[in-house]
Design a protein around this ligand. Sequence first.
Ligand SMILES: *[C@@H]1O[C@H](CO)[C@@H](O)[C@H](O)[C@H]1NC(C)=O
Ligand SMILES: *[C@@H]1O[C@H](CO)[C@@H](O)[C@H](O)[C@H]1NC(C)=O
Ligand SMILES: *[C@@H]1O[C@H](CO)[C@@H](O)[C@H](O)[C@H]1NC(C)=O
Length: 467
Amino acid sequence: METLLKARLALIFSILTHVSLLICASSHELQIVNAEKRIDLTSHIVKVFLTLKVENTGTLPASDVLLAFPPTEFDRLSLVKAAIATGKKKKRSYVPLDVKPIELLDAPNGAKGFSISLINPLSPGATATFEVLYISTHSLKPFPEEISQSESQLVYYHDSAFMLSPYHIKQQSTFIKTPSTKVESFTKLEPTNRASKEIRYGPYEDRPPYSFSPILLHFENNYPFAVVEELVREVEISHWGSIQITEHYKLAHAGARHKGVFSRVEYQSKPSLSGVSSFRHLLARLPPKVHSVYYRDEIGNISSSHLRKDFQKSELEIEPRYPLFGGWKATFVIGYGLPLQDFLFESSDGRRYLNFTFGCPLAETVVDKLTLKVVLPEGSTGPTAVVPFQVEQHLEKKYSYLDVVGRTVVVLEKKNVVPEHNSHFQVYYSFNPIFMLAEPLICSNLSLPTPKGKMEESWNICLMRET
Ligand SMILES: *[C@@H]1O[C@H](CO)[C@@H](O)[C@H](O)[C@H]1NC(C)=O
Ligand SMILES: *[C@@H]1O[C@H](CO)[C@@H](O)[C@H](O)[C@H]1NC(C)=O
Ligand SMILES: *[C@@H]1O[C@H](CO)[C@@H](O)[C@H](O)[C@H]1NC(C)=O
């Protein structure tokens, strides 16, 4: 049965994780009438917002719009989203569109791309406005690579003054927002203007497809470069009333490496001057009604964490044993329980499903590799996961002390995770209530009547056992 299940899941997963390599048949011709690119460099996660006014200059309707990226930038992308604007200025709203990676034929210098699929094809002569958001990580390179406790952190950022595109661009401008006014240097390509925390490139007129002009910025960025190199989150469902979450973190400060000795005295007496790019606290945003929270590292439980709870959310402020400087690491575990009824539901076809958040509870953190394990109750069958973006998936078995047949574990893996990935996902499964009795049977060795339809009874038995 298990192999059959595995085969079925493997099939579903291979469909889900299959990267559609649409070979682009560019039968239609498009041009960008106006492109505006806004780059936000205020944190360590680079966010780029594009507003593209696209015109169909061909004779056939166009059903997709292509985006192009240099190969190095493509590899650092963690998310690309697109939406089409509808309605006039004041009543403008945005409809999300599907974005898929594609192979760009005839693209110079190995440029890679994405295709935005239009719900309604763009007719010849028509124009439409698109909003695109893309996020990349590890794109800011600290320079100098090593700094002392009293120095501020400087970083490099590379891009192009012209937006890389397979289309002709009639007019375009690029705006770059820096975290402070401290900018050491930036490439100039007339017209280039700098005012306060913003640098503007352009407007540039009539650039042919795949125009590229490298720019380099060197500026101050003391944002905490919190990177979880590896995060394993285990979500264990017990039908006896709770969900237990255990999260294993390998956290690093990915900024400029710390050089010299660390002076705690200097750090504590001059917090605004000393270790400005280091971080001491981390904020974990947890669901409301969280209970039995703990936080421990290799040495043991750490009590210096604060939990604030209200109806909407819980916030756990955690403080590692020492502040983190560039290149330093901390390994720790957070655990907590949640009420089952807030996260486990029954779908219309009678299956059960977990509805939980993907991603990492730590605010403004990049996760290089996230593994999310959903441990289903004993006796669950046919699990399927529904995740709003591409993830690697497989199944495992977990045996714990009281288990008879072991528990099915749905394992979801994703690289390069950013806070925008903290969206809901579901794991659906079938469950035979006979297994509700497995646990008490083992421990109390009771003989019970046939369990079908006796859920209530088994509940009572269990509660009695636990109290
Ligand atoms: C740590 O705290 C948890 C929860 O309060 C507790 O169950 C556990 O026994 C503690 N462990 C140690 C080693 O103190
Ligand atoms: C999952 O939970 C979120 C937040 O409560 C809700 O908006 C969403 O509709 C739920 N999804 C499903 C499939 O139940
Ligand atoms: C469980 O019940 C069986 C049959 O009644 C008995 O042979 C066995 O010794 C019991 N085991 C324990 C641990 O009580």
